[in-house]
Design a protein around this ligand. Sequence first.
Ligand SMILES: Nc1nc2c(ncn2[C@@H]2O[C@H](COP(=O)(O)OP(=O)(O)OP(=O)(O)O)[C@@H](O)[C@H]2O)c(=O)[nH]1
Ligand SMILES: [Mg+2]
Length: 394
Amino acid sequence: MRYQIALVGRRNVGKSSLLNAMTGQQIAIVSETRGTTTDAVAKPYELLPLGPVTLFDTAGIDDEGDLGALRVGATHKVLCRADMAMLVADEQGLGEHELALIEQMRSLALPFLVVFNKGDSGEPARADLALCQQQGLPHLCVSAATGSNISALKQRLYELAPEELKAEPVLAGDLYRRGDLVLCVVPIDLAAPKGRIILPQVQVLREALDRNAMAVVVKETELADALKRFTVPPRLVITDAQVIKFVDRVVPKSIPLTTFSSLFARFKGDLPPMVAGAERFDSLKEGDKVLIAEACSHNVQEDDIGRVKLPNWIRKYTGKSLQFDVVCGHDFPDNLEEYALVIHCGACMFNRTEMLRRVRECQRRGVPITNYGVAISKLQGVLPRVIAPLMANP
Ligand SMILES: Nc1nc2c(ncn2[C@@H]2O[C@H](COP(=O)(O)OP(=O)(O)OP(=O)(O)O)[C@@H](O)[C@H]2O)c(=O)[nH]1
Ligand SMILES: [Mg+2]
């Protein structure tokens, strides 16, 4: 849910100073030596009225040498998962590095603002202002040193934010009404995070409270008993996909049933491609390579969903021997074409933009992509039931 805003530009233009000026804190190291920032610095910040954001200070895009090239690569990775960016320039104005960045951000469909910093030591060059005007680039002159125009910069960022970031997103709230009963089935297995429940479940519960519905949470072992005790059937049952086969059998067909992961896929705007991608299970061939992509890092448990359970279900469903590769975190391989199918985790730790970029990248390269929850429902033969409640508004 945190929107990611990257500060990019050449070395020494004042990216770190700007991060400090925006947050009013000394977060990033500032110095007159070029190349001070080497690793990206992430600062969570409440950018009202937009909401929670993470500001990313990055290494200069003109860094040199072998190490410099690695830092530039890291900055590009930050851009690939950003929702918005600030292209910071100083009195040297817009040169080849800035123009290359503009090109790159356009190809990523990334909204950005050109920020001319160090306004206290001089105005931006006329030619640069003309270029911004000609190309319709939103721009602004600020000074991190004096704080001049920093509030205006925040306001401009808000204006620049895509409507989808400003809209109040709905997870399951359109599927029930005030006073309805919503039953959540949450298995607690070895892979459950210690002492808490996962983000999609937390968000569904919060949404039910906001909408004055009644949410009840049970493990699958208490499901049948809970259903018997209710005097009115639940308006909706939401389950973790891992126990969908069992829940599908226990919950009467008259009660709408879906999974947290399908809700999350819809929330992130990629349910239709994920459902389409799951069709690929029906045409996998002997020896095909399948990529399992996970957003968060964890130490692998014996019943690990991505490494153990899913491959087993897939082998059982297809009857084929397949090769499974796993990637974690923000790494996404360049050799996508080698894979017959990509199966992504629910990506609750990724923002919407990064997930959508991955989906688009797979589509562009002709590789079907689906996610854990949708895949499990497909492999267990319950996908039509699980997506039925969501199809009115996919
Ligand atoms: N006059 C003036 N100097 C500034 C301003 N902002 C930053 N500086 C100075 O510019 C120099 C570089 O600032 P940094 O914030 O470290 O720049 P950076 O872009 O993060 O640099 P790297 O981390 O090396 O890529 C420092 O000496 C700052 O004091 C400003 O608004 N006005
Ligand atoms: Mg810096």
